[in-house]
Design a protein around this ligand. Structure first.
Ligand code: PGA
Length: 259
């Protein structure tokens, strides 16, 4: 049984003052039981990595929302993997659909970032997901397979131990529409099967997170699915009570399935 992971993706939100009160609320509301049972991480915007690294409650990790494919140099406006390492980032989101769609990120770039993150010891959270049109055309599983293979084909098998995969249907992100637990489970199971074809160990140890309008009311049903090992949470991660409830559901369902 994989330990559940819940990752907050703050996207381009927050301020010094708002972050402080959010982090303080998490510190006071997350129980010891929950932080022991779940790996919880916060991905703030880059300028707030320092603040978050100073003010993060103990046992909550830091993550980043992106990084550059190059290690250093003349890349104005970009952030390197070594900078994330300086702040002890444990995770980095890669290939989020907003990066693919709004900033034209390609599988080749995402693959380069993926390898660099792994070499540095930062867990890449590879985001995959279909658009509404692709789902309606019946192409969901093909799209997921292509996005996954673009990374798996170019990376060494031994380097996959740190990999986390987040299935985020594009039509469910920030829309209030969540994939039903069975729709999500179908895709998660398919991803597990694809990993199995590469390596049985990889299939069993890779955490598969669901993302897309996860909230305090739908989280438990999602976490109850056998191939869902946690969540990547956008909007609801900005509301401390909701985020804490999601983490508690992960803790409860995680321990329930090991009983
Ligand atoms: P959402 O975002 O929870 O606001 O839908 C999830 C994500 O984009 O990671």
């Amino acid at each position: 049984m994989l330990k559940p992971i819940v990752i907050a993706n703050w996207k381009m939100n927050g301020s010094l003052a708002e972050n402080r009160s959010l982090l303080q609320a998490l510190a006071s509301q997350l129980s010891q039981q929950t932080v022991h049972a779940v790996d919880i991480a916060i991905c703030p915007p880059f300028p707030y990595l320092f603040q978050a690294s100073e003010e993060l409650p103990p046992q909550i990790s830091l993550g980043a929302q992106n990084m550059n494919t190059y290690v250093a140099g003349a890349h104005t406006g970009e952030v390197s993997v070594a900078m994330l390492e300086d702040f002890d980032c444990r995770y980095v989101l890669l290939g989020h659909s907003e990066r693919r769609r709004l900033y034209g990120e390609t599988n080749t770039e995402i693959g380069g970032k993926f390898e660099l993150a792994i070499e540095t010891g930062i867990r890449p959270v590879l985001c995959v997901g279909e658009t509404l049109e692709e789902r309606q055309r019946g192409d969901t599983l093909n799209v997921i397979e292509a996005q996954l293979n673009a990374i798996l084909d170019r990376s060494k098998r031994e380097s996959m131990a740190l990999m986390v995969i987040a299935y985020e249907p594009v039509w469910a992100i920030g829309t209030g529409l969540t994939a039903s637990p069975s729709q999500a489970q179908e895709v998660h199971h398919y991803i597990r099967t694809l990993l199995q074809e590469v390596d049985a160990g990889m299939a069993s140890h890779t955490p598969l997170l669901y993302g897309g309008s996860v909230n305090k009311d739908n989280a438990a049903d999602l976490f109850r699915q056998p191939d869902i090992n946690g969540a990547l949470v956008g909007g609801a991660s900005l509301k401390p009570i909701d985020f804490v409830r999601i983490c508690e559901s992960a803790a409860y369902e995680g321990t329930a399935t090991t009983r």
